[in-house]
Design a protein around this ligand. Structure first.
Ligand code: GRF
Length: 202
């Protein structure tokens, strides 16, 4: 079976990208290969992680395009050039347009650092999610992997994993625990199962 060609999209530290690279290096995703990393920011450390593993990179910044349609098309051209089968949003913070999400329907996976639908949707990203979790006083949070559609955090949920909120948690401590205990486990699992063809599509 041909390996699925994966593009990982990032905006920051790239620890979720690193988890995917590590899975690949350990031979735990034989049916997939990360062939391109796209960042929405020039300064994302995740670009360094990709370069350390010889993975081609590109920077596609929203402000370099007159509108969302042109931004989408720039991505679609890169996906075409690299024959991308699966797009993985891993700590990616730019908004993608309907052209992209429709063209790649059920072929874009996102990791969100809460148990969707809680603390999700417009304005809930990165540390803001964990700040809202602590402000609300919930005892359980976690992470969700889902297909991406035109609604922010609205696509079909694939996997979720719960993580306890501890009494003296700060947003930073909680973010780290959610990444370590949930994100870095369920995102690689979803990518591997997609490449293996065992993700149920019903
Ligand atoms: C993490 O909280 C992730 O859940 C969110 O972006 C943050 C940074 O992720 N999507 P990464 O370290 O850049 O993968």
């Amino acid at each position: 079976m041909m390996k699925k060609r994966i593009c990982v999209m990032i905006s920051g530290g790239g620890t979720n990208l690193q988890a995917l690279i590590d899975m690949q290096k350990m031979g735990h995703n034989p049916n997939g290969e990360i062939v391109l990393v796209i960042s929405s920011l020039k300064t994302a450390y995740g670009l360094e992680r990709a370069k350390q593993h010889g993975i081609p990179t590109a920077v596609v910044r929203r402000k370099d395009f007159p509108d969302l349609e042109a931004f989408d098309r720039a991505h679609l051209e890169l996906f075409e050039q690299y024959s991308i089968d699966l797009v993985v949003l891993a700590g990616y913070l730019s908004i993608l347009g309907g052209t992209l999400t429709k063209t790649y329907a059920d072929r874009i996976i996102n990791i969100h650092p809460s148990l969707i639908p809680a603390f999700s949707g417009d304005g809930f990203y990165g540390l803001k999610v964990h700040e809202a979790v602590l402000a609300r006083g919930v005892k359980l949070t976690g992470a969700t992997v889902h297909f991406v559609n035109e609604i922010t955090d609205g696509g079909k949920i694939l996997f979720q994993k719960a993580v306890e909120v501890l009494p003296d948690d700060t947003p930073e401590l909680l973010q780290r625990r959610v990444m370590e205990q949930a994100e870095w486990e369920i995102l690689p699992r979803a990518v591997r199962m997609y490449c293996d063809g065992t993700l149920s599509n019903e």
